[in-house]
Design a protein around this ligand. Structure first.
Ligand code: PEP
Ligand code: MG
Length: 310
């Protein structure tokens, strides 16, 4: 199979312990993507494919997916983008898709419905001819086999189309995926944590009524412990955090200490989260200067890992 080449991505001005910190946008339509560009987002960290499907009363064709994604990506041209495959099922039902139970969501649903998965893969492969830094995210991954399945499907689609496969990564949003992160890396070029679902499944508290449920706590030590497990220093440049936890300004210092180096937040929060990262970085520089009279290292190493695929 063709090797996946990860390009060094847009450098940011922020850097903690030698790893750039990126603040990326969570978008679902042209308006939010435009807003992200205006706010100076470092890229699109999460483009939810379901936002396209939810505006339709039937499954989308490949050309429709390609066109709609292309419109959303346009304002952020030149920046990295992570598009997540359709995450339907469970608490995200689609009226025209059967099997939308809790146990059949995200990749589990797509594996049962190749007619939904194939057009998405093909549209993304085609789109990548014009949009160079495109990445694919797989929702609700639980076991390494989920990723192996998508990797094979992507490679087969790429071969059929005569195109290069794209970098592929897992959403870590079940406790099993977090606990088995070593095995997942075998099939991933990068990792993104979904803090909404991770909280829901770690705390056994449905996210649907998150404002009411006292057990839905994204900042609970049980959730943070799993995040620390996933964000190992050697993987920091290829690991990011999505969901509501990434958007909590007062949690940024603690999340940086846990090893998070990428935050995916709504466009309206880009500036505030960048500010919080920068304040943390400046605070540390001040402390280190006072400590030993020298500046901390400030470099932007290129990708430290070229995918763990075998
Ligand atoms: C999450 O679970 O944190 C996430 C980003 O995905 P979604 O909210 O779309 O399930
Ligand atoms: Mg999720």
């Amino acid at each position: 199979s063709l090797p996946v080449v990860l390009e060094p991505e847009a450098a940011t001005s922020m850097d903690i312990d030698g790893t750039p910190v990126r603040v990326m946008a969570d978008v679902g339509c042209v308006a939010t993507s435009t807003q992200a560009a205006e706010a100076g987002a470092d890229g699109i960290g999460l483009l939810r494919m379901e936002s396209l499907y939810m505006q339709s009363d039937r499954a989308l064709r490949e050309d429709e997916i390609e066109q709609r994604l292309s419109d959303i990506l346009a304002p952020m041209a030149g920046k990295p983008a992570y598009v997540r495959l359709l995450d339907a099922g469970g608490d995200k039902p689609l009226p025209y898709v059967k099997d939308c139970s809790m146990g059949c969501r995200g990749i589990r649903l797509l594996a049962r419905h190749p007619e939904l998965l194939q057009p998405q893969l093909q549209a993304l492969l085609r789109l990548a001819r014009g949009y160079r830094q495109l990445h694919i995210l797989v929702p609700m991954v639980t076991v390494a086999e989920d990723m192996r399945f998508v990797r094979r499907a992507l490679e087969n689609a790429a071969r059929r189309e005569g195109l290069a496969p794209l970098p592929l990564g897992a959403m870590v949003e079940t406790p099993a995926a977090a606990l088995m992160i070593d095995e997942l890396w075998e099939w991933c070029d990068f990792i993104r944590i979904g803090s909404n679902d991770l909280t829901q499944y770690v705390m056994a508290a449905p996210r649907a009524n998150l404002s009411k449920d006292p057990y839905f706590q994204p900042t609970h030590p049980a959730v943070l412990k799993l995040i620390r497990m996933v964000c190992r220093p050697e993987d920091a440049a290829l690991t990011g955090l999505c969901g509501s936890l990434a958007d909590q300004k007062d949690m940024i210092p603690q999340l940086l200490q846990l090893g998070v180096r990428e935050f995916v937040v709504p466009p309206r929060s880009i500036q505030a989260i960048k500010q919080a990262v920068s304040e943390y970085g400046c605070g540390r520089q001040g402390k280190q200067r006072a400590g030993n009279g020298t500046l901390p290292p400030c470099n932007n190493p290129e990708r430290i890992r070229q995918g763990g695929r075998v």
